[in-house]
Design a protein around this ligand. Sequence first.
Ligand code: PMP
Length: 422
Amino acid sequence: MTSESSTSLGDILRLRAEHLGKALSIGHGKPLHISHGSMQYLYATDGTRYLDLVNNVCHVGHSNPRVVEAGQRQMALLNTNTRYVYDGLTEYLTRLAATLPEPLSVGFLVNSGSEANELAVRIARAHTNAYDMVVVEGAYHGHTGMLIDLSPYKFRGPGGKGEPEPWVHVVPIPDTFRGGERDHAAEFDEIVRSAGPIAGFLVESMLSCAGQIPLPAGYLAAAFEHIRAAGGVCIADEVQVGFGRVGTHMWAFEEQGVIPDVVVLGKPMGNGHPMAAVFTTPEIAASFEEMEFFSTFGGNPVSCAIGMAVLDVIEEDGLMQRAEALGERFMAGLRDLQSKHPIIGDVRGRGLFLGFEMVRDRDTLEAAAEEAQALVGEMRERGVLLSTDGPLHNVIKIKPPMVLNEADIDLTIDLLDEVLSN
Ligand code: PMP
């Protein structure tokens, strides 16, 4: 594989500035000119290898050969849409449904997490004949008009309106690090009670943009009870945390001991090929039968072949079990760093969905956002890609391709130690 590039970085940046909307920014601070990826690594055009600890889309590895081969083979054979009958669709739906608890057996296949969340909300509204939605502070659920209104991360952020639409009810982040002794269940109950008829609650099974936060034990059980009592449907957004990333379970909601009414899958589903899905119960799906549903590309034979290969790799290589073991190793390393470096205020996560929160003072919890950004830059200079998130931009998030190894983790911990000691 050559890392030659015919266009200089300067030219590419000039062309991006000319032809790409400015609303889209480049990740990783300084532009990284990459030529190819292989499993947990990205390669720059200058030959530098980077360990990718950020990209949870390339779940089973960048350009995983088994996934590539499955897509190539199917592309050469047949690609059409779901109005035709072919084996791949039903094989894939059956396989996916088998990973979900009963009664979540009816799936809709689409092309992005946004499309899937949008569909999930439409299904909830059709089922309940209600309109209002409940979401968690700091959440991001997608880029469509409806989902911007349902994403406090966006409507409260730059360019946003600031206040939620009257049909959107925002519950606090159940953040035990910053939330102190707050009674999140009581606050949740109060917000739902004072709202109008509720169509649903859209919630990530572990919070990503809100700061890599595993929900406190019992949170979803209590929340779902309040929502169902109000007549609403509970939608789990597994776009970031699904497909075994949390290690102990295929789906992060399982860790909370609940069964949602609707589950939304995305990002890792096609390992980079655009795929997403909504799964629900036969009863709820029946409420959504009146209006015809069709997605031109959703569930096409190539996507099904790719999605099937992703599931094969997760299963055959035991990636979920590996995520648990590797996560424990990572967590232990991060906890050691926390005991050495006061700037690490909190370390949290499950499996390979991890984060650590940087603070200037462990008593006041003043956010160390610039320090977090600087750390990301220093690590990138050392060949490790990380990024920041959370409402205060001071959480370092870790959600690598699930194929990384022990040596990658040990190296990362050593390098973090080196940077934090400077
Ligand atoms: N839900 C969550 C939790 C997400 O993180 C994202 C994407 N960052 C989306 C939904 C939207 O997915 P997409 O970008 O594929 O539309």
